[in-house]
Design a protein around this ligand. Structure first.
Ligand code: G3I
Length: 361
């Protein structure tokens, strides 16, 4: 080992707190193994995918690299989630019409590859069609018709749904939205209508920052408890986990998962991605950053498997396939590399972290 590489190894050791950490080159490299994550995963492992023309590069259907995307998704995962096309804006574009074509395409793709489909999302304050934002009719009837029509259409194909998404603010107070304004009891009604439309489907409440903000999680768990006290079916909580290299801490996340299980609710990691360029100062995913991300993914997945008992596991979903199509880049307006596959759909060190967690548990 040259002096230079010894120096950089020492530097890396100090960067990653402690010398018992194996340097990137010492970690087993399974990136060439044929089997994907689903083959070694003890839980359902899913990925969000684009489908519609408006999702261009990220579209499993219309992207110039659709074939390679489909191969990667089918090899690695056993569940798919529509990143956008099942949201009200796209699937219910006008009051009396539904656009099934793209969502049906995803369901057919899943069937062809023996994969499950998780529905995202029936009720949200975003991605709403104009007619809903200006609706002046009976909101309860409209909500019932919206949910009943979509859930019934997919009752044979979709096993679980994000019924309501992001209804609370970070301080735990209810989010003001057209639903909150026009139908204050909309959360209970939404879960009720979804359960009536498909009694076999698992029904989740989905949100972000609940793994790190206890006030928000407490409000969500109180909501779930009140639904159950009213005999309204709710299966579990979707932790979106749009996190970064620092936040939230493993202790935060462990406590949040433990609280949720203690409340008798399943835990889904529903939209996992890990940002490594939090301040926008990094210009590339350096080997050191890649190794930190590998460790962070490995820690998060192992924590989930060690904290959430099997019967409470709703599975793990990654929010996108490759870094270049991640929402993170255009939302935060700077480069980042939050996912498991690089721009050429090659497995990153991050993928190795997940593989290690699944195979070492
Ligand atoms: O690509 C079209 C473009 O052609 C068109 O000109 C433009 C006009 O608005 O729309 C573009 O579509 C964008 C679409 O992503 C495809 O890239 C939409 O604007 C944009 O709103 C949409 O963003 C999605 C966002 O949810 C809002 O629905 C992201 O892809 C998606 O990753 C993100 O996912 C959310 C989850 O549903 C809920 N939790 C947070 C998560 C991240 O924000």
């Amino acid at each position: 080992m040259t002096k230079h590489s010894l120096l950089s190894l020492l530097m890396l050791c100090f960067a990653t707190a402690g010398c018992n950490q194996k340097s990137p080159s010492a970690v087993p490299d399974n990136s060439q193994v044929s089997e994907g994550l689903a083959a070694v995963s003890p839980v359902t492992v899913g990925v969000a995918v684009g489908i519609g023309r408006f999702e261009s590069q990220a579209s499993l259907r219309y992207s110039p690299e659709a074939k390679a995307l489909q191969q990667t998704v089918a090899r690695e995962f056993n569940q798919v989630v529509a990143e956008n096309v099942m949201k009200p804006q796209y699937i219910h574009p006008s009051e009396n019409s539904y656009f099934w074509d793209d969502a049906d395409y995803l369901v057919d793709f899943a069937k062809q590859h023996d994969m499950a489909v998780h529905g995202h999302t029936l009720v949200w304050h975003q991605a709403l069609p104009d007619w809903m934002n200006t609706y002046s009719g009976n909101w309860d009837d409209m909500l019932k018709e919206h949910i009943t029509t979509i859930v019934s259409h997919y009752a044979a194909d979709i096993d679980s749904w994000d019924v309501v998404n992001e209804a609370f603010l970070d301080d735990g107070s209810p989010r003001q939205s057209i639903w909150q304004t026009n139908l204050p009891d909309y959360i209970a009604k939404a879960f009720n209508y979804a359960n009536q439309a498909d009694p076999d489907a698992e029904l989740y409440y989905n949100d972000y920052n609940i793994a790190g903000m206890s006030k928000k999680l407490d409000a969500v768990l109180a909501m779930a408890k009140s639904l159950r006290q009213r005999n309204i079916e709710i299966t579990g909580i979707g932790f979106q986990m749009h996190i970064d290299r620092y936040w939230p801490s493993l202790d935060n996340i462990r406590e949040a998962f433990q609280k949720t299980v203690a409340a008798g609710l399943k835990v889904r990691i529903s939209e996992l991605d890990i940002r490594m360029n939090v301040n926008g100062t990094e210009t590339e995913l350096s080997p050191e950053l890649a190794h930190l991300q590998q460790q962070r993914y490995q820690d998060i997945i192992l924590l989930y498997l060690n904290t959430v008992p099997e019967e409470y596991r709703g599975g793990i979903t990654f929010w996108g396939v490759s870094d270049k199509n991640s929402w993170v880049n255009y939302y935060y307006q700077h480069a980042d590399w939050p996912l498991l596959f690089d721009d050429k759909l090659q497995r990153k060190a991050a993928w190795q972290g997940v593989f290690n967690a699944f195979t070492s548990h």
